[in-house]
Write a protein that binds this ligand. Structure first.
Ligand SMILES: [Zn+2]
Length: 334
């Protein structure tokens, strides 16, 4: 089992902190499809983190014991007593009921999580409260409070990777909606009425048109596949698409240009839906932010109906840390 523990150097003496009011340390978890990141967070500081393999097709239940051991090890190494823990914050893919602390629906990973009582697990394990929220919402809260959204009241996030996630803060409040799905289904906006079926039930979603889980299918079905160097890669992903497009590969260029068009259209839709001042874009594709951000900025400047001015398009400051910081912020502020 892969386990990597990195401990931040600017270690603080956590045992001097009382847990009254807004003090204390938060156990934060970013549960992703391939990796589970756990960490101890003190407000805007990530004290330490540990990353473990998610093996999400096997479900989450059998992983809980291992997560528990990993967190307890971090607490031991950093001399954080149980009584200094303010709560646990979990960032989770899917539709999350943050009031009942349950995952309502999840797409293709950790299928057992809908049945799990994580609140009970947290209560029994660390005798503290749980805040659980959709991963794009946690990342947005992190960026809003500590990253590129700082100082704004109206911020939208789009994350591009295996799938496409979104979330919105409107008038200083995280948008959740009656069924906890408001703002977070931007990846399932219809972008192509002649598109292919998505796992969500819709057709031609942003995700089916331009995210990692479907991009290889799109590439293989293109007439240029056999002549493209993409066919020599182990998998088709945005790293090799952008790299090969830059080197002049015909199919890679077609895919790259199509994807940025899809993301630009999604950005216009998000702006029209949620009226942000800033739209933050995160995810693995931000390795190519130099190409993507100006492209989307130019497209939204040209096509979004915003008579008040222009929405700023920005690359996320640190989307990986943002989910942990956001989950922790929800613990401190709920
Ligand atoms: Zn969909």
């Amino acid at each position: 089992m892969n386990k990597e523990i990195t401990i931040q150097k600017n270690k603080i003496n956590t045992n001097q902190l009382p847990v009254d009011g807004n003090e204390g340390i938060v156990i934060a978890m970013d549960i992703g499809g391939t990796k589970i990141k756990t960490g101890l967070v003190d407000h805007d500081k990530i004290i330490c983190t540990a990353v473990i393999d998610a093996e999400s097709s096997n479900g989450l239940k059998d992983k809980l014991k291992f997560i528990e051991q990993t967190v307890n090890e971090l607490m031991l190494q950093n001399a954080v007593d149980k009584n200094k823990i303010k709560g646990v914050g979990i960032s989770m893919p899917g539709i999350v009921d943050s009031m009942q602390k349950r995952v309502l629906s999840i797409d293709n990973k950790f299928n057992d999580v809908v049945e799990l009582d994580l609140n009970e697990w947290v209560k029994n394990t660390w005798h503290t409260k749980l805040e659980i929220e959709n991963d794009a919402r946690c990342a947005l809260v992190g960026e809003w409070q500590y990253g590129k959204g700082k100082g704004y009241n109206d911020v939208v996030l789009m994350t591009i990777g295996t799938g496409v996630g979104s979330s919105a803060v409107i008038e200083g409040k995280v948008l959740r909606g009656k069924h906890f799905q408001a703002g977070c289904l931007g990846g399932h906006f219809t972008i192509n009425i002649h598109g292919t079926a998505c796992n969500c039930g819709n057709i031609g979603c942003v995700e089916t048109e331009a995210s990692t889980w479907n991009i290889e299918n799109i590439a293989r079905n293109n007439a240029g596949w056999s002549e493209s160097n993409l066919a020599l890669e182990k998998h088709v992903d945005f790293e090799n698409i952008f790299r090969l497009a830059k080197a002049g590969d015909g199919l890679a260029k077609i895919l790259r240009d199509r994807c940025v068009e899809v993301w630009s259209a999604a950005a216009v839709n998000l702006i029209h839906a949620y009226d942000p001042e800033v739209l933050i874009i995160g995810g693995g594709v931000m390795a190519s932010a130099d190409f993507i951000i100006p492209y989307i900025q130019q497209k939204t400047d040209a096509h979004a109906w915003t008579p008040w001015g222009k929405v700023k398009i920005a690359a996320a400051e640190n989307i990986n840390a943002a989910a942990l910081l956001g989950a922790a912020w929800l613990v401190y502020n709920n």
